[in-house]
Ligand binder design. Structure first.
Ligand code: ZN
Length: 148
């Protein structure tokens, strides 16, 4: 799974992916309308081995690609380094040398960029665990109605 998120978010995303895609028979290359019970069988070949179609986007098996598409399309990409800078500056006071003043985030980022980056990633991962962010291929997103 390339999407990293809480189970609750994965489930909500899959539900949205279901709503925003339609069953599709690849052999007959037609969109299939589900029956009253929500079951989908191709009216031509009778198959229930169907792909999912997102109009104008593509046709593929499974929901994962639809979920990825929704996160990328509707999500707001978060700059985790910026988020980490804000956090550091909230927690730690600026460093002063007489008249000179340097924000805590600037000091850490300049002196130890490795530690800064590790901190940013740890912070972002903890937000994923709390259901506030979704990670997709190393990028982090907020998604209205899905993340908290
Ligand atoms: Zn068919």
């Amino acid at each position: 799974m390339t999407i990293n998120a809480t189970d609750k978010i994965q489930e909500a995303l899959k539900e949205r992916a279901h709503d925003e895609s339609r069953p599709f028979c690849y052999s007959d290359y037609i969109t299939v309308t589900p029956n009253e019970d929500g079951q989908a069988f191709c009216p031509k070949c009778g198959s229930d081995d169907l792909m999912r179609e997102v109009e104008g986007v593509g046709v593929e098996y499974g929901y994962e690609w639809v979920m990825e598409h929704i996160v990328k399309e509707d999500g707001e990409r978060v700059d985790i380094e910026d988020m980490h800078r804000d956090l550091l500056d909230e927690i730690y006071p600026a460093v002063k040398f007489g008249e000179l003043e340097y924000s805590a985030s600037h000091v850490l980022e300049t002196i130890d960029p490795t530690a800064f980056n590790m901190g940013a990633n740890e912070y972002a991962d903890s937000m994923v665990e709390e259901g506030q962010l979704i990670e997709l291929n190393g990028d982090y997103y907020r998604l209205d109605g899905i993340t908290e």
